[in-house]
Design a protein around this ligand. Structure first.
Ligand code: SAH
Ligand code: SF4
Ligand code: F3S
Length: 452
């Protein structure tokens, strides 16, 4: 469409105010920024105040039952808001919209619009039809959609770190996981649009990008695979830090590690979800690697980058988990010595292979007790890791004024650990050499070495 006809066409939004509440993973956070971009083109104005919004979208997550329960709770509050403000449009987008389209639109749930993760270009039309009194629903998943050319509207306030989505969907079908059903098949985004987006971010003052996908190691677009994409992104500037998430252990290649090791601005941090330490359990989870393979990948990381931080995800109490399998998870944690971990209690998800074929048979009290043990052990490992850093020097990228004290800055090391230090004249976006003088289990306390 040329500019002239574009001007003649009335914009659907025309100054109406849009508010979005985001749940779930970084992919959802990235999608919210794409949705804002799509809606702004139609004249909507983004607001951070829910009380002045004409359209409220809730970007939802289905990964565990408690994630969905929270959103049902929010929706009942929305029904109250709608009674107070006639004409208010409420939409549910994201993974739960995909999974529960029928339940969301039946009866009077107070939901006008339902849009799945591949239907965001259609949102202006869906909202318009809701305004005209019909429900707007589109949950079609796509084989191609990557929103490649849409420039996300950055909502993060620090202006230093940004997430860049490089692929969508997932083909792995881990037996417990709902993501392949809510996000559809895996597809990679054109690398030229990725590098262009990263260049723009750098020119606008951003100093760190995180490349996002459910399994970035399987990125491929024509000849460009993930190590090559990483190299191109990190080549934008040595002053730009590059991170990525998430790596699936089955696809983590030596070439990736070689590429990381050869470019100091690719951060020394790998998130490598293990899920369990027991090979028997990993088979039931359909993870396609065993404990030995996983430990082999850890050894390779240490070989290429001895200073690389390793973090993980773990699930307690998946179908049939024995006491020995749980012990194997604890022993894996000790053997690797993770810097930190996301730890979850298994939550059965409707429609997954596990829900259809594997009983959710670990009693809730046992799941909880195992999760508590895992969390306690990780607490010890994180503290030990932080204590090892005391006395060392790191280059810290300053991100924001510390929320506890405004004479301090918070930033992160290449290993992705948070450091708090005296602000002096430094600003977010500066690289500061810092000596670590103390720590808590979650934060390092530092002292700038250079003077300013
Ligand atoms: N694609 C990423 C993770 C996506 S979901 C990967 O494969 O590593 C984030 C984490 O949620 C998973 O790593 C897993 O630990 C957890 N998770 C997924 N499904 C779950 C379920 N049904 N119950 C509990 N935790 C789950
Ligand atoms: Fe879920 Fe497995 Fe895909 Fe991760 S790799 S999103 S855990 S199916
Ligand atoms: Fe949740 Fe969907 Fe992300 S289920 S974790 S928002 S991919």
């Amino acid at each position: 469409m040329n500019i002239a006809t574009n001007r003649l066409r009335p914009l659907t939004g025309a100054g109406r105010r849009l508010f979005i509440e985001t749940y779930g993973c970084q992919m959802n956070a990235g999608d919210t920024e794409i949705v804002v971009s799509i809606m702004q083109r139609e004249g909507y104005v983004y607001t951070e105040r829910i009380d002045e919004a004409d359209v409220i979208l809730i970007n939802t997550c289905s990964i565990r039952d408690n994630a969905e329960q929270r959103i049902w709770g929010r929706l009942s509050e929305m029904r109250r808001l709608r009674r107070e403000r006639p004409g208010l449009i409420v939409g549910v987008i994201g993974c739960m919209a995909e999974r529960l389209r029928e339940q969301l639109t039946e009866g009077d749930r107070g939901v006008d619009v339902v849009a799945g993760p591949d239907a965001y270009r259609d949102l202006p039309r869906l909202v318009r039809s809701a305004e005209a009194g019909a429900k707007g629903v589109n949950v079609l998943l796509s084989q191609e959609e990557t929103y490649a050319e849409i420039a996300p509207v950055r909502l993060d306030r620090n202006g230093v770190c940004a997430f860049v989505s490089i692929m969508r969907g997932c083909n792995n079908f881990c037996s417990y996981c709902v993501v392949p059903y809510t996000r559809g098949v895996e597809r990679s985004r054109d690398p030229e649009t990725i590098v262009a987006e990263v260049e723009t971010l750098f020119a606008n003052g951003y100093r760190e990008v995180t490349l996002l996908g459910q399994n970035v190691n399987s990125y491929r677009f024509g000849e460009v695979d993930f190590p090559e994409l990483l190299r191109r992104t990190a080549s934008v500037s040595p002053q730009l830090r590059v991170r990525f998430a998430t790596s699936h252990p089955k696809d983590m290649s030596d070439r990736l590690l070689e590429t990381m090791a050869s470019m100091p601005n690719i951060c020394r941090a790998i998130h490598l979800p293990a899920q369990s330490g027991a090979s028997t359990m990993l088979r039931r989870m359909n993870r396609k690697y065993d404990r030995e393979w996983y430990l082999g990948r850890i050894a390779a990381i240490r070989r290429y980058m001895p200073d690389c931080a390793i973090t993980t995800d773990l699930i307690a109490g998946f179908s049939g988990e024995t006491a020995e399998e749980h012990e194997a998870t604890l022993s894996l944690m000790r053997e690797v010595g993770y810097e930190s971990a996301f730890m979850f209690k298994y939550s059965e998800r409707p429609g997954t292979f596990a829900q259809r074929h594997m009983p959710d048979d670990v009693p809730d009290a046992v799941k909880s007790a195992r999760l508590t043990e895992i969390i306690a052990l990780q607490g010890e490992l994180s503290l030990a890791s932080n204590r090892r850093d005391v006395g060392r020097e790191f280059e810290v990228l300053a991100e924001s004024v510390s929320h506890k004290r405004d004479d301090q800055l918070a930033g992160r090391t290449s290993q992705n650990k948070v450091v708090v230090f005296d602000r002096r004249d430094w600003r977010p976006g500066d690289y500061v050499r810092v000596r670590i003088t103390g720590c808590t289990p979650v934060t390092l306390i530092g002292e700038p070495i250079d003077n300013r």
